[in-house]
Design a protein around this ligand. Structure first.
Ligand code: ZN
Length: 132
């Protein structure tokens, strides 16, 4: 299994950053033609997901809906760091996705992109790409 780590810089508290091209580049650099790539986010207040990258309104709506479902302030939160909502969102979306690689290319649907999801930015983050 070969791995590669890329750095992602978020610019706001909640943000979905399209990293599809960077994952494609990493897969190309590793040089695999057929297999599976795992995209893993080693953070507790960020995540990764696959969703539509055609209409930017979709990303807006996902972040807005998550904010309604998991408000930043809740009287029952106990976590002293004050970022419980970010932890919850991280677990809701999850920390990894797997995508097939065929003929050196990611097998994604026409409207699909891979998004790094920031929930407690702005920060510098790491994304680990493992190809098998
Ligand atoms: Zn925390």
């Amino acid at each position: 299994m070969e791995t590669k780590t890329i750095e992602v810089h978020s610019g706001s508290r909640d943000e979905m950053i399209d990293i599809t091209d960077r994952i494609s580049e990493a897969v190309g650099e590793i040089g695999i033609s057929d297999g599976v790539v795992t995209v893993y986010v080693p953070h507790t207040t960020a995540g990764v997901t696959i969703n539509e990258n055609a209409d930017p309104a979709v990303v807006h709506d996902i972040l807005a809906a998550l904010d309604v479902a998991v408000p930043w302030h809740q009287s029952f939160y106990r976590h002293g760091e004050g970022n419980s909502a970010a932890h919850v969102k991280s677990s809701l979306l999850g920390g990894s996705v797997r995508v097939f690689v065929r003929d050196g290319k990611l097998v994604l649907g026409t409207w699909q992109g891979i998004y790094f999801c920031e929930f407690d930015g702005p920060r510098r983050r790491k994304v680990i790409i493992a190809v098998q």
